[in-house]
Design a binder for this molecule. Structure first.
Ligand SMILES: NC(=O)c1ccc[n+]([C@@H]2O[C@H](COP(=O)([O-])OP(=O)(O)OC[C@H]3O[C@@H](n4cnc5c(N)ncnc54)[C@H](OP(=O)(O)O)[C@@H]3O)[C@@H](O)[C@H]2O)c1
Length: 431
């Protein structure tokens, strides 16, 4: 075996500690796989007195992250601090100092990926980020490498475990959103401020990375149309079940006519679709390739160990490259900045619930609004009577813009009291 490959770890929290543990406990096996020992040399944190979930070799901890990324003895810098700064500045400095980089930082890559990947490219170093999307699920490498001969047409993902847990509880126990959110919090699945999860920001960052790789064009988090799950009611869940659907927070990216659409929103998914059966904190990414057809990647999308598995896999790849003088696939955004389809043009099916007056002519008035906007109704059902009369409809595919106009006009109909619910429908034969 050759001289050790030296790793400097930035951060020793949930992911960092699990990464350090795997590197230390599986050192022999990893050395055989990489072709050289991999040595954890330095670990930078904010507070060296904090208890750690791993027994680090004496003298490895430091608060001087800048010294770590410029240390001539370090070959690979692993960033598991998170957020934009100081992670961005540290990674740029690491690249300029010819360190290969492994990061789990979705937020940084989804906003400033161009700058960070560009710095790695200029310096001629690897920058790998398998852990940044869907934790322990291998999805970046399969899309970049295994599907390099295919054309990805669409990616549908359940990429946030917290929201999938909440929706699973609501679906299986009849709990409200607030009750299920409380349970997720008690189990440690939520951040102090849960909005990044429940409002879809976390999923939007991950989708930006997935879409960039799928379509070889740079999609940033700000390009992703986003809607969270806070408005989903027990009634929506019940209606979805009665109609044969599950409600999921989906991250959807597709390309048509050279333009990309990327969006995160709740959607009704038919129970027969593989994504409908993804429960609890599990994540899944469903990829539709022109030639490979439908593929699904399923697993644990978060947590120290699953995420560290992806981080260490990247470290081993970099180590192998160093020994053979090879480089990993770098930035794959050949088309530079993406052409994003305006959200109003995206075609979609909708499930709509209307609270209506129980009187003759209501159905005709409602159908007339859809007809004027040339969107046809696939199914309609009336429930209740008197003050409780409700119409449940599912539309055929039509643009988001036309659907929005329809919802406005329905609200203005004298016979419609309110549009009480509307949700996109995805995964049917129509789209
Ligand atoms: N947790 C997951 O399940 C998961 C899954 C996929 C991806 N990720 C990504 O992995 C990254 C790390 O997440 P995490 O959950 O492990 O975070 P975490 O538990 O909050 O750990 C962050 C670590 O970074 C250190 N740190 C923060 N600021 C620093 C600075 N200025 N200089 C040096 N060290 C600093 C902290 O030091 P102290 O310990 O001294 O405070 C801590 O050890 C994030 O990008 C996250 O998005 C996490």
């Amino acid at each position: 075996m050759t001289t050790p490959i030296r790793v400097g770890l930035l951060g020793c929290g949930i992911v960092g500690a699990a990464t350090a543990r795997i590197l230390l406990e599986h050192a022999d096996e990893l050395a055989r796989r990489a072709g050289s020992p991999i040595e954890l040399t330095r670990v930078a944190v904010r507070d060296v007195t904090k208890p750690r979930a791993v027994a680090l070799p004496a003298g490895t901890l430091t608060t001087d992250a800048h010294a770590l990324v410029t240390d001539p003895a370090i070959d690979i810098v692993v960033e598991v601090i998170g957020g934009i700064e100081p992670a961005r500045a540290l990674l740029i400095a690491a690249a300029r100092n010819k360190k290969h980089i492994v990061t789990a930082n979705k937020e940084l890559l989804a906003t400033l990926g161009k700058e960070v990947l560009g710095a790695a490219e200029t310096a001629g170093v690897d920058l790998l980020f398998e852990a940044s999307v869907a934790g322990g699920i291998p999805i970046i490498r399969p899309m970049k490498e295994s599907l390099a001969g295919d054309r990805v047409q669409r990616v549908l993902g359940i990429v946030n475990g917290t929201t999938n847990y909440i929706l699973t509880r609501m679906s299986e126990t009849g709990e409200t959103f607030a009750e299920a959110l409380g349970e997720a919090g008690a189990l440690g699945y939520t951040e102090l401020d849960p909005s990044a999860d429940v409002e879809g920001y976390d999923a939007a960052s991950k989708l930006a990375i997935l879409a960039s790789i799928a379509f070889n064009a740079r999609v940033v988090a700000g390009d992703v149309q986003r809607e969270g799950i806070t408005q989903i009611s027990v009634t929506d869940m019940q209606a979805a079940h009665e109609l044969g659907y599950e409600i999921k927070l989906l991250a959807v990216a597709e390309q048509e006519g050279g333009r990309i659409s990327a969006r995160v929103h709740p959607a009704m998914v038919p129970k027969t679709h593989p994504l409908a059966s993804v429960r609890d904190v599990f994540n899944a990414v469903f990829v539709e390739g022109e030639h490979a057809g439908e593929l699904m990647f399923l697993g644990r999308g978060a947590g120290g160990d699953p995420t560290a598995s992806a981080v260490v896999g990247d470290i081993v790849e970099v180590a192998r490259n160093m020994l053979t003088g090879a480089r990993s696939v770098g930035c794959t955004c050949y088309h530079s900045d993406a052409s994003i389809r305006p959200p109003g043009e995206v075609r979609m099916r909708y499930y709509v619930v209307l609270s209506v007056l129980d009187q003759p002519g209501v159905l005709a008035a409602v159908a007339g609004v859809f007809a004027r906007h040339t969107i046809s109704i696939s199914s309609v059902r009336q429930e209740g009577f008197g003050d409780e009369a409700t119409l449940l409809l599912i539309t055929h595919s039509g643009s988001e813009g036309r659907h929005a106009e329809i919802f406005c006009e329905l609200e203005a109909l004298p016979s419609v009291k309110a549009v009480t619910s509307k949700m996109r429908v995805i995964g049917t034969a129509e789209g």
